[in-house]
Design a protein around this ligand. Sequence first.
Ligand code: ADP
Ligand code: MG
Length: 349
Amino acid sequence: MRRETISSLGELALLDDIRRRFARKCRDVRVGIGDDAAVITTPGESLLITTDMMVEGVHFDLRFITGYQLGFKLVSVNVSDIYAMGGTPRHLLLNIAVRGNTPQEFVRMLLNGIGDAMNHYGVILVGGDLSSAKGGVSLAATVTGTGRRFLLRAGARVGDGIYVTGRLGDSACGLHLLKKVGRTVPITFRASRNLRYPLPGMRVSGRVGSKRAGLQWETVEPLLRRHLLPEARNSAALRRAATAMIDVSDGLLIDLSRVCDESGVGARIFEEKIPISSRMKMAAKCLGLDPMTLALTGGEDYEILFTRRHGKETAATRIGEVTESERVIVSRTGDERIFSNEGYQHFSG
Ligand code: ADP
Ligand code: MG
């Protein structure tokens, strides 16, 4: 049987499918999909707008990620930027370019992932664009958000504490594991959230010291999940006291450097305070990687990094404090070194 392709479906039918799937009535959406532009009403609030692209061969490799996961991730990375401003995500615009010979099934799965993420974050699709592509898959999403008070990268003050939510480095470790697995892992957000199943034939093993070590699926799966199906961290509980905020998308050191740049301050952070999960530590050892390096420079954790005055305990870890100018990281043994915005940059070699 010939696999049904997107060119045999056509732009109009695909658009119809998208419209039927995602049509929702919503108070602030006066006009949604179907006209020349969407009409949104936001009484008494400001509108946040952010956009992010995902390009095959640059941001993802289809040997390792499914269409479903790609769709989920596309929404998450955009929602994360809205949370990082202290906003509430509201609307989504979706741009998709694929080759005509792309299987319809791939685009269906992509839309399934996008739909699951939309439900998870409570965002509504209000428009977008479709195009054929000559090369690989290109995706872009634009997400709006609302809020009354915004948290910028600028705003950190000398003496503030530096805090981060969750654990760092899981996603980067997950990517290394994924490359070992060497193929796509069909986990989804909905179905197998709590389901732990071994992937047939999958074994990840390495060496710890001189001993051979294997990793249990129970250790591997959450790390793969953090990379393939990242959930943006909701900042609602942190907004009140925060002075500056950013999401950790490119790695702690580079994202903290951005806060320092914009705020005109320095930072002093402590390795012993960096939150690292025990399963990441275990997996990193098995892979021969340094957990601290993954936590400091690995990207795509989508946790929230923020500064605030000292005060009550928060649902985040205090990793250091804002200083006047130097950017210092203190090792477990007390050695100090200067850090800079080391991390991934497009267009550089
Ligand atoms: P135009 O030629 O005016 O840009 P389109 O045919 O591209 O119109 O789009 C028609 C309607 O469908 C618009 O409301 C647009 O926002 C919506 N739309 C197009 N592509 C998508 C998509 N991928 N996701 C959601 N809505 C889309
Ligand atoms: Mg168009």
